[in-house]
Structure formats: structure tokens, C-alpha cells
Design a protein around this ligand. Structure first.
Ligand SMILES: NC(=O)c1ccc[n+]([C@@H]2O[C@H](COP(=O)([O-])OP(=O)(O)OC[C@H]3O[C@@H](n4cnc5c(N)ncnc54)[C@H](OP(=O)(O)O)[C@@H]3O)[C@@H](O)[C@H]2O)c1
Length: 277
């Protein structure tokens, strides 16, 4: 059995990843930037480095991500990668995002490259847009107007269930079979937002629609919700990539790594229907 540090352990992917690793009998060290309240939590703040060495000490491997809200992700992740090597960790699994490697100069790609060149065993996973955004980030629009409000036209996305991302991360952490490889993670099919809205409506038992909005309208909403201006521009940029069709590709990576087919949007909607009901 191994000791795994999970960065983002209280988040959408990290909660499920921690559960899967603990269920398999491993020791999970759950990093948090807030004051720990549970014995399995450890204080670690990516933005300041506070707690970094103690969080890594004695761990066999770690799962890394850069929290939402930050646009210079390499500045958060590279010192952690360096510290993991210095502490003798066996392996790191880094989650970035599908498309992160399209631009070698992008901050996420710089973190990926730093890991690739670190000499550590590693995997990089690049998930497509999460299905869970519909019960979190996009939920206020659905609740207030019965609409998914996004500037994505009628482009399709191969949305992935965060539970499948966690299953992939767990498999990669415990095995060296795929060491040194990177994977784009998607769901099993590409759907546009009208099709997603129809599936959410069916599961929730009430009408949910989709409205293609102007990027400027979303900018106002996101700034009004208090998101940092540079992160809002980053989100609008990647939603533009979605609209241009770059989120449509379907890969078989979830099946290849976990042996299980990824969940469909219909399965996700059924499991989360309480969120919209
Ligand atoms: N949503 C999508 O569609 C999508 C698609 C592709 C990739 N991604 C990537 O997924 C990642 C987000 O994953 P998620 O949705 O699972 O996370 P999440 O639910 O947004 O949770 C963020 C996590 O980061 C931790 N955190 C926040 N500030 C921190 C800090 N200063 N130091 C250390 N930890 C900190 C939080 O824990 P505490 O509050 O306890 O510190 C929390 O566990 C991002 O890198 C994003 O780019 C998202």
C-alpha cells in the first residue's frame, strides 16, 4: 500500500480520487489551502508554497492540479514538481486540460514540459470540459432562467464525467504501466448544448434549455461573480476554442486505462438530477 498526496482533494476530481484510493487501501494525504480540520488533511498552499515540503515528505506519489482562478499555472506547479523530485517521490500525475498542449508558450503547457523534463515518472491527463460544470459553474443560469447560458454556438463537446477522470488518475497513480505518457480524456460522445439541455431536462423532469450568448454577456456575469479579470479572459478564450469545434474530439483513453467505458451525459444527468430538480 502507498501514501498518495492529493492536491485539490476537496475538489470535484480530488474528492472522488481520494475516495477511490482510500477504498483500495492506500493512505491518502489530502492537501488543502485552508486550515485542516481532519486528520487526513495537510496544509499546503500552492500560491505561497506554505506546507509544501511537509505535504510531500514520505509520500510515494502525488496528484497535481492548478486551482481555478489562476492563469500563471506554471508558477504554482513548477516549484511543487521540483520539491517532489527533491523529496524522492516515485511519480506525479498532473491534470491540465484538453488543448493545453496546443500552444507551447501557454502556462499550463510550461508546467507540463517542466514535469516531462523533471526525470520523475509521470503522467499528464488533459480532460475535456467536465459534465459537473452543469451542476456547479453553469447552475445559477439554469436555476434563474431555466437555461444553460454559454457563448458556444452549436459546437459539440465530448464532455467527461469527473468521476471517470478520478478513476483514470487513481489507475495511473497505482500503476507504472503507462509511465511517461499523456492522455486527452473525453466522454464517449460529442454533444452540443441543446442535446445536453434535453438530457438534463429529461433527468430533472422539467424544461432546461440552451441559449447561445455573446461572450460580452458572460464576461459581465463572471466579473460580477467576483472572478479575477485575467481568469475571466482565459475562460472566454477557451470557450471560444469550444465554439470553434476544438472540444469535439472523442478519445478511448478512459476505457484503455480503467477498462471501463466512460459515463454518458445521460448517466451523469440521472445521477445528478437533484441539482436541477
Ligand atoms: N471544469 C472543467 O470543465 C475543467 C476541464 C478541464 C480541466 N479542468 C481543470 O481542473 C482543475 C480543477 O479541478 P476540480 O474541478 O476538481 O477542482 P475544484 O473543484 O475547482 O476545486 C479546487 C481545489 O483546489 C484547491 N485549492 C484552491 N486553492 C488552492 C491553493 N492556493 N493551494 C492548494 N490548493 C488549492 C481547493 O481546496 P482547498 O479549498 O481546500 O484549498 C480544491 O480542492 C483546474 O486545473 C482546471 O483547469 C477543469
Amino acid at each position: 500500500m502507498s501514501i498518495f498526496l492529493v492536491v485539490g482533494a476537496s475538489g470535484t476530481v480530488g474528492t472522488e480520487l481520494s475516495r477511490l484510493l482510500a477504498q483500495a487501501g492506500h493512505t491518502v494525504r489530502k492537501a488543502t489551502s485552508r486550515a485542516p480540520t481532519q486528520p487526513d488533511q495537510v496544509l499546503f498552499d500552492l500560491t505561497t508554497g506554505q506546507g509544501r515540503e511537509a505535504a510531500l515528505a514520505g509520500a510515494d506519489a502525488a496528484f497535481l492540479l492548478s486551482p481555478p482562478g489562476h492563469t500563471r499555472q506554471h508558477e504554482l506547479l513548477n516549484p511543487l514538481i521540483d520539491a517532489a523530485r527533491a523529496q524522492g517521490l516515485r511519480k506525479l500525475v498532473l491534470m491540465t486540460a484538453m488543448g493545453a498542449n496546443a500552444d507551447e508558450a501557454s502556462p499550463l503547457r510550461q508546467a507540463e514540459r517542466h514535469l516531462e523534463q523533471s526525470g520523475l515518472a509521470f503522467n499528464i491527463i488533459r480532460p475535456n470540459w467536465f459534465m459537473q460544470n452543469f451542476n456547479s459553474y453553469w447552475l445559477p443560469g439554469i436555476q434563474a432562467q431555466g437555461q444553460i447560458l454559454l457563448p458556444t454556438g452549436n459546437a459539440k463537446g465530448s464532455f467527461i464525467d469527473a468521476r471517470d477522470i478520478a478513476a483514470v488518475a487513481a489507475a495511473l497513480l497505482v500503476s507504472n504501466r503507462f509511465d511517461g505518457q499523456d492522455f486527452d480524456l473525453t466522454g464517449p460522445e460529442a454533444l452540443d448544448h441543446d442535446q445536453v439541455a434535453a438530457l438534463l431536462s429529461q433527468a430533472a423532469g422539467k424544461p432546461i434549455g440552451y441559449q447561445d450568448i455573446a461572450p460580452e454577456a458572460l464576461r459581465g456575469t463572471l466579473l460580477g461573480a467576483g472572478l479575477p479579470a485575467d481568469y475571466v479572459e482565459f475562460l472566454l478564450l477557451i470557450l471560444g476554442f469550444f465554439k470553434a469545434g476544438h472540444a469535439e474530439r472523442v478519445t478511448d483513453a478512459v476505457q484503455a486505462i480503467t477498462g471501463q467505458a466512460p459515463r454518458t451525459v445521460a448517466q451523469y444527468a440521472a445521477d445528478y438530477r437533484a441539482a436541477w430538480a
